[in-house]
Design a protein around this ligand. Structure first.
Ligand SMILES: C[S@@+](CC[C@H](N)C(=O)[O-])C[C@H]1O[C@@H](n2cnc3c(N)ncnc32)[C@H](O)[C@@H]1O
Length: 228
């Protein structure tokens, strides 16, 4: 099957987005990048998750990448997207989903990740894929990882943006070392950059992270698989 990633390319074709508040918003420095979005799409094409969820809509790049891929895979279930602060981004994420004809593919909830995940864990609601690009404090990231583990199906995937932030390294260490998750090998943006990152982040975060996680990231995307 040939997949055209046209909607995500369309999203990145405009560098400035106009919000409902009349202000301008730029994906640069806020959203995932195009190559990371394409990696997420490859992951969905390969693993075919049915129930998916993401934390952090903001300008919508990751939500567009994921929901476009789900649509191409013929998945009927809506992609769940959480963000209690969408209005602070001029509703750009929702506006972009609408503009690109993907709004109906998304169930958007203005709630905090940890409230939603705790509720899911109590009610037995499960996901095959969770993408985390929400709150980046250590407390939120590790809490999200702990609760996401309870809400992932066996063999399910959890992906994090910002693999080289301290909070993400803590969450990844918890899932891999304590919970037995496997690090999925992604294609790096360049081989040279991959090894430069191994040296840089191995020095900063220790050689376990440097050798066991950093080489498998795609730019700053890291993906783990729950044991089945
Ligand atoms: C880096 S931005 C997400 C970028 C988005 N993935 C994209 O590609 O455009 C982080 C978002 O997470 C949201 N956020 C922060 N803490 C959150 C939480 N606890 N639960 C859900 N969303 C949260 C923020 O409002 C912000 O919109």
């Amino acid at each position: 099957m040939t997949i055209q990633h046209s909607k995500i390319n369309d999203f990145f074709a405009t560098h400035i987005k106009r919000g409902s508040d009349g202000r301008e918003y730029q994906p640069d420095g806020c959203s995932i990048r195009l190559d990371e979005a394409l990696e997420l799409q490859k992951l969905i094409t390969e693993f075919r998750p049915t129930h998916t969820m993401e934390i952090g809509l903001a300008l919508g790049a990751s939500a567009i990448a994921i929901s476009e891929s789900l649509e191409q895979c013929g998945t009927a279930v809506k992609h769940v997207v959480l963000d209690p602060f969408q209005s602070q981004y001029g509703d750009v994420g929702l506006r972009e989903l609408e503009r690109l004809g993907l709004r109906h593919r998304v169930e958007f909830l203005e709630v905090f990740s940890y409230d939603f995940l705790y509720d899911c864990s109590k009610r037995g609601r499960r996901f095959d894929l969770i993408f985390n690009d929400g709150g980046h404090s250590i407390g939120i990231k590790v809490t999200d990882a702990f609760l996401s583990d309870q809400c992932l199906t066996a063999g399910g995937l959890i992906a994090f943006h910002d693999a080289f932030m301290f909070s993400v390294t803590a969450a990844v260490k918890y899932l891999v070392k304590n919970q037995g998750y496997e690090v999925i090998k992604l294609i790096p943006d360049s081989r040279l950059k991959r090894w430069l990152r191994v040296i840089k982040y191995g020095t900063v975060y220790g050689w376990w992270y440097g050798n066991r996680v950093v080489p498998f990231t795609a730019r700053s995307l890291v993906v783990l698989r729950k044991p089945s």
